[in-house]
Ligand binder design. Structure first.
Ligand code: FES
Length: 674
């Protein structure tokens, strides 16, 4: 007797007989129910949850007896994915009556991704590589090409799969198999039109892995994922060793230009670091390197070119020509990377200064579907800026330099234990208090010294420098034009915290003590200037995009990247890094480039989507845009020479506006223009 089976959530339904399993029924109906082991009851990917009871909606009664009893294969099942309560293996359970069958997300090949450590938007899995377990008989076949024929026939018969080819590595693995091997796990890599065998492992191996890597100029960070579930198994980061040949991107391009083998050396260093990272990730996830079948790389154009071994020197001067803008697919070994089975996919670049990392940010933040205007800024030594206006995208990059990360600041340092990250200055006494990374206490807390004893006070990191300058501005210690003075403007206050060094003044944030190894932590005039230049570069880029989009304000601002996660949006606005906006609409979106790389790793559809989207972006090259210089001059003022501060004024008491050198200089420029 035929039984009616309804799969949820898809709602696909059909009638089946008692010799058919739930997996058979799902396949017949095209239900997205995964299977890797070929219905052997080993992989657990086909797990379903039957629902029992009366279902008037479908006019059926689903009973326990509608499924065959749990068999010995199910009883012995001990796969990596345990059976949920009430769960059955779809490949083992036979249909004996009307049924409602739920396919849980973890059993869907294209189901939602398991998310843990990384802040990802909802993403549906669309794996580019899948594993299929195949039974073969190669007992008398030693020639790899003959074995290939045996495997092809088995794939066709057992999986109806007809791969168009086989990688050299997979062919070698096939040739190396013991002739007594009867079960192999085959990794098929799919494109829109065909598939290819890229790895073959002896026995049941139902998991394959991929790594999403964000190659930054300072750090290289990666996440290792199991590809069928999207589960993040390990995360790790390390410093980019190229730093020793140049702190920022342009100095690395100069190194490549000035030294005969400079580019090759830089390429070797970054590839070596990626290999170290891959090794660390595989070790911490306890998997062999040959189980890694996909690598995703994102990075700014210079990193992108150096990893791929392309000439980066044209990126050092106008017109900043990319050697390759579109996405790149290559065998990992062709880039001297250690995972022999893996293919590397590199996201497309957008423009000469706007790279694959920005493409990844766009993939992660999905600005095209934002209703209204959305500004995304990723602050690093180069700031990447994306503006979306009802789905139309504008993108640019601004050379901010490393000041906002604490570098090139007298007492600056990278964000690590002991770095000052929060600052408040008393408006009456001009005395500061601060917090350092590693302690939750403010420096005026009686327990502070004890709490920081292990690491001390070592310097000021990026978020600390933004806060201290913001506070100094609010306290009147810094004027609108950035001039640091001994007498706070208009307040009639004097303080011993400000002292003269040559022709300029400095502010004593922390007097040398045991916790700072007797080192004074100061902020001086050149620090203020360095931050002004950095923030003006960022803001001018933002203003340029807004002018192009004919906007005077934006609905939401998102900070992407590590700097954005730590910076207080209030102080970013006080210094004028970002345009005025209700503070509640300024949010941090975490490591968006890394998140975008992960999305590309688990979804072939996402790759196709971003490849199309980057072609439609309005690209603005700030370095060759005459208007950028005018906007830059206006943005040097704190918070800004002429832009609105209406929302900011509701949050803090801003010092009265005075006529400054910046404004005079700027007005001189505009008179000359007239
Ligand atoms: S298909 Fe692998 S356990 Fe059912």
């Amino acid at each position: 007797m035929d039984s009616q089976v309804i799969f949820i959530p898809s709602g696909l339904a059909g009638t089946f007989h008692s010799k058919q399993t739930v997996l058979d029924a799902a396949r017949e109906l095209g239900v997205d129910l995964d299977s890797v082991c070929g219905a052997r009851g080993v992989c657990g990917k086909c797990q379903v949850i039957p629902s029992f009871g009366n279902f008037p909606k479908w006019a059926i009664t689903s009973e326990v007896s509608s499924l065959s009893e749990v068999n010995s294969t199910e009883e012995l099942y001990s796969g990596r994915r345990p059976l949920e309560i009430g769960g059955r293996l779809g490949c083992q359970a036979f249909i004996q009556g009307d049924l409602i069958i739920e396919v849980p997300p973890g059993s869907q090949l294209h189901g939602p991704m398991v998310r843990k450590e990384v802040n990802l938007r909802a993403v549906d899995l669309d794996p580019v590589s899948t594993v299929s377990v195949v039974e073969i008989d190669i007992s008398h076949v030693s020639d790899p090409l003959e074995r290939k024929e045996v495997l092809s026939a088995a794939l066709l018969y057992q999986w109806e799969a007809e791969p168009a080819g086989m990688s050299d590595y997979a062919l070698k693995q096939l040739g190396d198999l013991d002739e007594h091997e009867t079960i192999v796990s085959v990794v098929l890599r799919h494109t829109l039109k065909s598939s290819k065998v890229v790895a073959i492992w002896a026995g049941f191996e139902t998991e394959s892995y991929g790594i999403a890597i964000d190659v930054g100029s300072t750090t290289i960070a990666g996440h290792l994922l199991e590809l069928s579930t999207g589960e993040i198994c390990a995360s790790h980061g390390l410093m980019n060793p190229q730093i020793r040949l140049g702190e920022d991107l342009m100095s690395r391009v100069s190194y490549a230009m000035m030294n005969p083998d400079g580019g090759t050396e830089l390429t070797g260093l970054v590839r070596g670091a990626i290999n170290d990272l891959v090794g660390e990730l595989a070790a911490s996830a306890k998997i062999p390197l040959n189980k890694i079948v996909e690598l995703i790389l994102v990075g700014n154009p210079v990193m992108h070119h150096l990893v791929l071994g392309l000439d980066s020197t044209p990126l050092g001067q106008a017109p900043f020509t990319l050697q390759v803008a579109e996405s790149v697919l290559a065998e990992a070994t062709s880039l001297e990377l250690v995972c022999e089975a893996a293919y590397v996919y590199v996201l497309p670049c957008i423009a000469g200064h706007v790279g694959a990392d920005t493409a990844a940010v766009i993939l992660a933040e999905d600005p095209i579907n934002f209703d209204g205007s959305l500004l995304i800024v990723d602050v690093g030594t180069n700031a990447e800026i994306v503006l979306s206006v009802d789905g139309e995208l504008f993108a640019a990059s601004s050379p901010t330099g490393p000041a906002l990360e604490g570098a090139q600041i007298t007492c600056g340092q990278r964000a690590s234990k002991g770095a000052i990250e929060r600052v408040r200055i008393n408006r009456e006494t001009l005395e500061p208090k601060f917090k350092v990374i590693g302690s939750d206490l403010w420096s005026d807390d009686p327990l502070f010294d004890e709490d920081i004893k292990a690491f001390g006070i070592t310097g000021i990191c990026g978020s600390g420098i933004v806060e201290v300058l913001g506070e100094m501005y609010l306290a009147g210690l810094i004027a609108e034009d950035g001039l640091l003075s001994d007498v706070p403007s208009g307040m009639g206050l004097e303080t011993s915290r400000v002292f003269q060094e040559g022709r300029t003044f400095s502010y004593m944030l922390h007097r040398g003590s045991e916790s700072s190894h007797n080192r004074d932590i100061i902020v001086n005039q050149s620090d203020v200037r360095a931050v002004q230049l950095a923030k003006a570069a960022l803001r001018a880029g933002v203003d340029l995009l807004m002018e192009r989009a004919q906007l005077t304000s934006v609905k939401q601002i998102r900070f992407a990247g590590g700097f954005g996660s730590h910076i207080d949006p209030l102080y970013a606005m006080i210094l004028g890094l970002i345009p005025d906006c209700p503070l509640s609409d300024v949010v941090s979106s975490g490591n968006a480039a890394g998140a975008g790389a992960i999305i590309a790793l688990v979804s072939g559809q996402a790759r196709t989507q971003i490849e199309k989207q980057v072609l439609e972006i309005n690209k603005i090259e700030t370095a060759i845009e005459p208007r950028f210089q005018e906007l830059f001059v206006a943005a040097l003022a704190i918070p800004h020479l002429e832009a609105s501060t209406a929302n900011l004024a509701t949050e803090v008491t801003l010092p009265p506006k005075v006529k400054t050198q910046v404004s005079k200089r700027s007005s001189r420029r505009s008179r000359q223009k007239d």
